[in-house]
Design a binder for this molecule. Sequence first.
Ligand code: SAM
Length: 291
Amino acid sequence: MTKEIATPSRTREIMDKHHLSFKKSLGQNFMLDGNILNKMVDATEVTAEDGIIEVGAGIGALTEKFAKRAKKVVAFEIDRRFIPVLADTLSAYDNIDVRHQDILQADVQELFTTTFNDVRHVIAVGNLPYYVTTPILMGFLEQKLPIQSLTVMIQKEVGERLAAFPGTKAYGSLSIAAQYYAETEEIMTVPATVFMPRPNVDSTIIRFRIRNQPAVHVEDERLFFDLIRAAFAQRRKTLSNNLRHWLGQKEFEADLQEVFHLADMDGKRRAETLTLAEFAVLADVLSKKGL
Ligand code: SAM
């Protein structure tokens, strides 16, 4: 049996064999620690009945781990140079479908009625490229894809924001969006030393278990997220100040005192102190007022 891909010597050997260098602009920091990848695979609770969507296959370090445990793996990779490499490193597996595509342009929804029509659950995974972590995560969550969970390796600082609670510095629109769609759990910290090339910061593995229904019901989802963005526009300002500015831009006439009264909320609070449920109440009051 060939040695696993996720080791320093094999990664170097594969890159040299194909005369390749790492592209920083595409977030190419490859994993060198097979044990950490095994823990990531375990965290997904994947079975031989499940389908996997992997974002950013690279030279296949994580792809091969899932190919051993899942029914099928669809692995997206934006960098054309790695397509022949993957055909080489993953040649022992017949359950992997490598797609040379930007995940942000891909029709992921289509996979559920075709490739994944005979699997139990679909699980999304990836050691995500730093430069597009948030759009990739939000894309998966907002599209309401029928995935069971999403387990990703991301920059530690982004992970902290995703899992943050009200009243903390890391809490913001990203924390609220994640909590709205999923139950978020930090699995483990991953030191910068186990990547090639070594990034400047540590990473973390986060698991999102997708909720069947969003955590709160809101009348108008778009308004809800617009409100959250507006409320955090200037973190140090009060809710009242931020909302006055936002509503002014929308040329919407509202008696903010009355809005806060109906929502049973003090407008002098800052956005970072509001829970998801409180944002939902505020959004519904504004919706009833015709915004
Ligand atoms: N999975 C490998 C590993 O764990 O070692 C590689 C992870 S590396 C952090 C991220 C990978 O995502 C790179 O191979 C990069 O080329 C690819 N990538 C970057 N942007 C992408 C995009 N928009 N769509 C698909 N793949 C992308």
